[in-house]
Design a protein around this ligand. Structure first.
Ligand SMILES: Nc1ncnc2c1ncn2[C@@H]1O[C@H](COP(=O)(O)OP(=O)(O)OP(=O)(O)O)[C@@H](O)[C@H]1O
Ligand code: NI
Length: 339
């Protein structure tokens, strides 16, 4: 499918490997993904499927000398309209892109916040660096950002240190920090997983509102299909480093065409049942069997040992990503038969 003019992130053939003592593991094994302006793409899958390694590859935050992008391209349309292939940029240029063209929100807000600086100083810092604003103007911008992410009494909060804020308020502050320079792309990796259930819903709603208002592209990593249904336009389901199904959220949920997606959906708690939604990660174990070890992958389709539909051909070769329709793809040779 041709890329639309407003494609912000365009990943092609990405392969990311880890060179560890026992050898090499391929955590991301040739994935294609694109996210347009104004669109949220969710990456979903069980623990270890390669979601975070994908987002770390885009941010070029892989552990140096251990995690390596071995193949593929990651084109990012930047704020000035130019397109850069992030794979080939030196780290020095990536530092100018992170926090400027790409905003980042992680699971644990304290991983983004420095405990020894006030919230206001931390949010105004990128504004001073990337925009060249003076101290006063940058602080005013930080306070207005804190206000826009729903932090009450923003001026006073800006003068406080991270430990003086609740977990939910801290995550709102990191979101404000991520948005400080008006990024074209927001990458959120499990941004609500560490929060209380009621706070989770509020932070999700906040991210959704900000994504819409700012027309950003958002890459949203989660293991929770309930969250996908709430926030994303399109979904890519990952399994053992590959995308096994992708398409518009409504269509994939209504008409899943990969046995793994069908299993995930079957083990998903009912929507709106917040306390059970939080347990969705554990409940994915409702699919019999376990995710294969990347060091010891099964022959053919990686899901075949757990699949009730598997036939000999599934063990013979890795299935290609087949077109269910131009927007909906499944990496299952039996996609037409399964229900
Ligand atoms: N620093 C590392 N060193 C070696 N291998 C790694 C490293 N980080 C990730 N991996 C490998 O990559 C695989 C995928 O990890 P990743 O963090 O992307 O999973 P994930 O889908 O984000 O799972 P989770 O839902 O638990 O966050 C891991 O199972 C592991 O084999
Ligand atoms: Ni992860």
């Amino acid at each position: 499918m041709p890329q639309s003019a407003d494609t912000i992130l365009d990943i092609k053939g990405l392969r990311t490997v880890f060179r560890i003592r026992l050898g090499e593991v391929t955590a991301v094994n040739g994935i294609d993904l694109s996210v347009a302006a104004g669109e949220t793409l969710a990456l979903v899958g069980e623990s270890g499927s390669g979601k975070s390694v994908t987002s770390l590859s885009v941010m070029r935050l892989l552990t140096r000398n251990i995690g390596v992008i071995a193949a593929g391209s990651i084109d990012l349309k930047r704020k000035d309209g130019t397109v850069s292939n992030l794979v080939s940029l030196p780290q020095q240029e990536m530092r100018a892109i992170r926090g400027n063209d790409i905003g980042m929100v992680f699971q644990e807000p304290m991983s983004s916040l420095n405990p020894v600086y006030t919230i206001g100083d931390q949010i105004s810092e990128p504004i001073r660096i990337h925009r060249g604003a003076n101290r006063k103007a940058a602080m005013d911008a930080a306070v207005s950002l804190l206000d826009s992410v729903g932090i009450p009494d923003a001026r006073r909060r800006a003068g406080q240190y991270p430990h003086e804020l609740s977990g939910g308020m801290r995550q709102r502050a990191t979101i404000a920090m991520a948005l400080a320079c008006d990024p074209t792309l927001l990458i959120a990796d499990e941004p609500t997983t560490a929060l209380d259930v009621t706070i989770q819903a509020q932070v999700l709603a906040l991210l959704q509102r900000l994504q819409r208002e700012r027309g950003m592209a958002m890459l949203f990593v989660t293991h929770n299909l309930g969250v996908v249904a709430e926030i994303a336009h399109r979904v890519a389901v990952m399994y053992a480093g590959r995308i096994v199904e992708t398409g518009p959220v409504a269509e994939v949920f209504r008409n899943p065409r990969h046995p793994y997606t069908i299993g995930l959906l079957a083990s998903m708690p009912k929507l709106g049942d917040a306390s059970r939604m939080k347990q969705a990660g554990e409940r994915l174990a409702a699919i019999p069997g376990v995710v294969p070890s990347l060091m010891n992958m099964p022959a053919g389709c990686a899901f075949q040992p757990r699949c009730q539909f598997a036939v000999d051909a599934c063990r013979a070769a890795v299935p290609p990503l087949a077109d269910v329709n131009p927007r909906h793809k499944s990496r299952c040779i039996r996609w037409q038969e399964i229900r």
